[in-house]
Design a protein around this ligand. Structure first.
Ligand SMILES: Cc1cc2nc3c(=O)[nH]c(=O)nc-3n(C[C@H](O)[C@H](O)[C@H](O)COP(=O)(O)OP(=O)(O)OC[C@H]3O[C@@H](n4cnc5c(N)ncnc54)[C@H](O)[C@@H]3O)c2cc1C
Length: 503
């Protein structure tokens, strides 16, 4: 397995195709280092003996020890470990750990490429191609990002109906030795610091959308790919440093006349499988949220409790209610993910049919629980910000910059006048308000909230998944029986409950 230093060395050798604020930059540019340090944590922590069970796994392809982020889930324990690893790492960096896109993209493609080959009866080798790619990905301990979201143009038009055919990434040309793709994927997290980019479709596709049913992987600096990056760093500190400084990046990924050889292509034209791939990636990713969102909740809870303590209002009744509200969201989100892991199996839910065997035997978390957990915790983002704002008061918005605290003429006065709780040092209180400003009042904090709300799919997407997959009809039959209406069935839910127990 690699070290963080090996990872950075790898990035330093990549070609320059990153555009930031009108300039071409290197991958190891100082601006990207906060983000690199976040991802670097996944290497540092995996190397610690005490994290071996949580952070490493045995590759089912090679039998070798690999980083869990590059693993294909083989059982429910793997799903539990992925959720717990994500929570543990997000706690350590105080936010998104940014390596989940790779594990979620690889698990989705692993299953769908198998099913597509099966239906094509040997005419395609997507799954073998993917396994070869994955073997190298695991051996070299690479970082993968996942480019799903297309620019999508007019939201009311399907891919093939768009006036701009590149509104969704598509196969522009099929050649003997590969395909040529064009289009633009947007908001792609950590693409500017990833070794490999996994590309897959955004949505369900019709037969006429077949050229949009495309999945492949290319290095982040591949010919025909340009990345326009937004970098989210906190205001730099000189005098009063944070314990950990997180950073993140997102890219617009522009594919123009981009040639992808067949051995890197995992789907090319099978519209039904394209739609399933979009859903399956979203499902794995929503499962990741049941690890990261509880961790972010842990941080928000600690922040709210400390804000109350700084203000010496921590014993007030309304503070207790607000802390309880945050805890309920954290642990319900976690519990949903735990259940999704525990009920995981090599099956997917087909609306109107039920669970069907799917893929070559790797484990898929339970869809309903992934979706309810992600939706609940995603929508809570703004409420949690509201609670922080409420408990903190206005101090967080106008807290003087650090150099004023370091200034001999005004610094001592600032410390004297910003001290609130007599039992906490003035220095600690000032350091806390600086930190809360980063969370609540910075551009980076705002971007994180939008990401936590929309990332993995906006709440409406989870609501669609939940309501199309949940057996509402049986509930209606049950109520018909209880109410004494015609067509009632007292046992409407009983067989399903039994069925769920079989793993
Ligand atoms: C910080 C951040 C990081 C992200 N990281 C990644 C990443 O790494 N990889 C990745 O692939 N994606 C990533 N995303 C993208 C994320 O998954 C999308 O933002 C999300 O799926 C919503 O898509 P959208 O932004 O295009 O919004 P839209 O789909 O345009 O939604 C905007 C509104 O329009 C509505 N709407 C859209 N279409 C329709 C329709 N047909 N009918 C009715 N209403 C409609 C929606 O319900 C919503 O209310 C990231 C996003 C953010 C903000």
């Amino acid at each position: 397995m690699r070290t963080k230093q090996d990872y950075i060395k790898g990035l330093s050798k990549m070609k320059r195709n990153l555009y930031f604020d009108g300039q071409l930059i290197d991958r190891t540019d100082e601006l990207q280092m906060d983000c690199i340090n976040v991802i670097g944590t996944t290497y540092d922590e995996a190397a610690k003996p005490e994290n071996e069970k949580l952070m490493t796994a045995t590759s089912h392809l090679t039998g070798e020890k690999i980083n869990r982020f590059n693993h294909i889930h083989q059982n429910t324990e793997d799903l539990h470990n992925k959720q717990d690893m994500t929570r543990m790492l997000c706690q350590k960096v105080g936010g998104c750990i940014q390596r989940c896109m790779g594990i979620d993209g690889t698990n989705a493609i692993y299953n769908v490429s198998y099913e597509a080959d099966k239906q094509n009866k040997g005419a395609t080798q997507y799954h073998e191609n993917f396994k070869k790619w994955l073997t190298r990905f695991q051996k070299e301990d690479l970082i993968g990002c996942c480019a799903q979201t297309d620019v999508k143009g007019d939201r009311m038009l399907r891919p093939a109906d768009q006036p701009n055919p590149g509104a969704y990434v598509r196969i522009k040309e099929r050649l003997k030795d590969g395909i040529v793709v064009e289009g633009c994927k947007v908001h792609i997290s950590e693409a500017s610091v990833a070794d490999e980019v996994l590309v897959l479709p955004t949505r369900a596709l019709r037969p006429e959308d077949k050229d949009y049913a495309v999945a492949f992987a290319v290095p982040g600096d591949w010919d025909g790919l340009k990345q326009v990056v937004t970098i989210h760093n906190l205001r730099p500190r000189e005098h009063y440093k944070r314990g950990f400084v997180p950073g993140s990046t997102d890219s617009y990924m522009i594919f123009e006349n981009c040639f992808v050889p067949w051995e890197r292509v995992f789907l090319a034209g099978e519209h039904q499988h394209g739609g399933v791939l979009a859903l399956l990636f979203a499902l794995f990713h929503r499962h990741s949220y049941s690890g990261c969102k509880p961790a972010i909740g842990d941080i928000i809870l600690g922040t709210a409790a400390l804000a109350a303590e700084c203000n010496n209002v921590h014993k007030a009744e309304h503070v207790r209610e607000k802390l309880a509200e945050i805890i309920m969201t954290i642990e319900l989100g976690y519990a949903a993910g735990y259940t999704a892991s525990d009920l995981g199996k090599p099956e997917v839910y087909i609306p109107g049919v039920g669970f069907m065997p799917y893929g070559p035997g790797s484990y898929i978390p339970h869809s309903i629980y992934c979706n309810v957990g992600r939706c609940l915790s995603g929508e809570a983002v703004w409420r949690e910000a509201e609670i922080l704002c409420d408990i903190a008061g206005g101090v967080v918005a106008t807290f003087p910059h650090e150099k004023d605290f370091a200034h001999p003429e005004v610094g001592p006065a600032l410390l004297k006048y910003t001290k609130r709780n007599p039992k906490m040092s003035a220095e600690d209180q000032a350091q806390f308000w600086r930190y809360l400003g980063d969370v609540l009042c910075s551009a980076t904090g705002g971007i994180a909230n939008v990401g936590n709300y929309h990332g993995g799919g906006s709440p409406i997407m989870e609501q669609i998944a939940i309501t199309t997959q949940y057996d509402i009809e049986s509930r209606k039959k049950l109520v018909r029986y209880i109410a004494g209406m015609s067509g009632g069935d007292r046992e409407a839910l009983a067989p399903k409950a039994d069925k769920k127990k079989t793993k």
